[in-house]
Ligand binder design. Structure first.
Ligand SMILES: [Zn+2]
Length: 449
């Protein structure tokens, strides 16, 4: 088979592999290129393959940089099937509808061209075919098997075998270890060729054993100062993990009572999707559910779905904790809270995720003292702090360890889905530790397997 990279090559976003065998043409993921806005010019460029000849798309997980261009594919006449796990199907619909809504708002506000509409998203959903187990699916002469990637709820890595016996594994994104809620990732299956993500290919995370302690300490500090703790959070996975930790603190009385606001409609909807698919939870989460606990409900938690509900947070007495999107503070309801409390020395912003270059989150993270939020100039007096260990991605050590879980090492490994330096660093380590050929492919490069 032949694999051509049409995204996430020497960069993190836009995951899209075009795979051709003797009889079949499929895509592995069809992701959005993401910068500071959704209107990245690369998303408007034509695809590098004939859309009408595609048989199917196999999807690894519901992040926008893996599914965000599916509606463009449908808009261009794609009529094949889209394979994905049941939670990925529901979460993908949620994130695509949200993306279409944001594109519509950006168009209304500033005539930013719209990549697609909600009708295109409905077209995508109508092609979904869900895969609920590890038994291989047949797409003409290809056999595709889904395995747990432990990255976000429902996430998978895929092993693909062609009729001529050639094999490749596509890692999708690979999860961190000992993650709240998620089952650990499956071992790497036997393959000739591996395409592995390298988001953190040159980094090692801080130790995850202290992350819950740090979270609790930050909350208790806020309570003692009668301040406001703002936690900017990604709506899918990260928010549920934080809620899961808070559920544990509150129900075991490990911290004083405090009002906690979940001010993110998308996160509220995502939590409801998680609850529909309990078999994707890890043992600890299942044990709590079996004991009658609701993972995302506990005394003091208030969900504010509507805008009106959201405004009531302002009047609520201190101390209080607010969890809101977006995770990188480049939009969403968190901005309204930042305008109110960034200038307050008793308040805190707790950063728990990656902050991309150019975002407000990055500026606060790097210690800028004067920022503009929603056109207001603010002197930052609130404490800015972070916990790195809630990352949804494996770090360099975990990526290397995962490769070694295979009963026989792959012959050739391609490092993708990372900044060039991160991918190159991982490739070097693979060559040093395993004596396996490793490479960092370019956009548009075709690899014969
Ligand atoms: Zn991802």
């Amino acid at each position: 088979m032949l694999v051509t990279l049409f995204g996430a090559a020497r960069e993190v976003t836009g995951s899209c592999y075009y795979l051709e065998s003797n009889k079949t043409r499929i895509l592995v993921d069809c992701g959005l290129f993401q910068g500071t806005t959704l209107a990245h010019s690369k998303n408007f460029e034509p695809f590098g393959f004939d859309v009408s000849k595609l048989d199917a798309v196999v999807v690894t997980h519901a992040h926008l940089d893996h599914v965000g261009r599916l509606p463009v594919l449908v808009k261009n006449g794609f009529k094949g099937r889209i394979f994905l796990t049941p939670p990925t199907a529901k979460l993908t619909q949620l994130v695509l509808e949200d993306a279409a809504e944001i594109m519509d708002e950006e168009f209304q506000r500033s005539y930013t061209p719209k990549l697609y509409s909600n009708e295109d998203v409905a077209g995508v959903v109508s092609l979904f075919k869900t895969i609920d187990d590890n038994s291989p699916i047949k797409i003409k002469d290809l056999k595709v098997t889904y395995h747990n990637a432990g990255h976000i709820f429902g996430s998978s890595f895929l092993s693909i075998e062609a009729g001529d016996g050639s094999r490749a594994v596509f890692s999708g994104d690979l999860g961190n270890v000992n993650t709240p809620l998620l089952q650990p990732k499956d071992a790497l299956t036997m393959t000739d060729t591996l395409f592995i993500e390298s988001t953190y290919g040159n980094r090692i995370h801080e130790n995850e054993s202290t992350r819950a302690e740090l979270l609790k300490k930050t909350i208790v500090e806020t309570i003692n100062k009668k301040g406001v703790l703002m936690i900017p959070s990604f709506a899918i996975e990260r928010t549920q993990e934080i809620l899961f930790e808070l559920n544990h603190f509150v129900e075991n009385k490990l911290m004083p009572p405090v009002d906690i606001y979940l001010d993110s409609p998308m996160a509220i909807k995502a939590s409801a999707i998680f609850d529909q698919f309990p078999k994707y939870y890890n043992r600890e989460a299942l044990r709590l559910i079996a004991a009658g606990d609701k993972l995302f409900e506990f005394p003091g938690l208030k969900e504010t779905l509507s805008r009106e509900d959201s405004k009531t947070i302002n009047q609520a007495p201190r101390p209080k904790v607010i969890i809101a999107g977006s995770g990188m503070m480049n939009g969403g309801r968190i901005l309204h809270h930042l305008v109110r409390y960034l200038g307050d020395k008793n308040s805190t912003v707790l950063i728990i995720g990656y902050q991309a270059e150019g975002t407000l989150g990055r500026r606060l993270y790097t210690g800028e003292k004067h920022v503009t939020v929603l056109s207001e100039r603010i002197d930052v007096k609130a404490k800015i702090t972070s916990i790195g260990a809630y990352s949804a991605h494996a770090d360099q050590r975990m990526l290397l360890d995962w490769i070694k879980t295979a009963t026989k090492l792959p012959k050739k490994i391609y490092c993708t889905h990372g900044e060039e330096a991160a991918s190159a660093a991982l490739a070097t380590r693979i060559k040093d530790e395993m004596e396996v050929t490793a490479d960092v492919p370019r956009f548009g490069e075709t690899i014969e397997i």
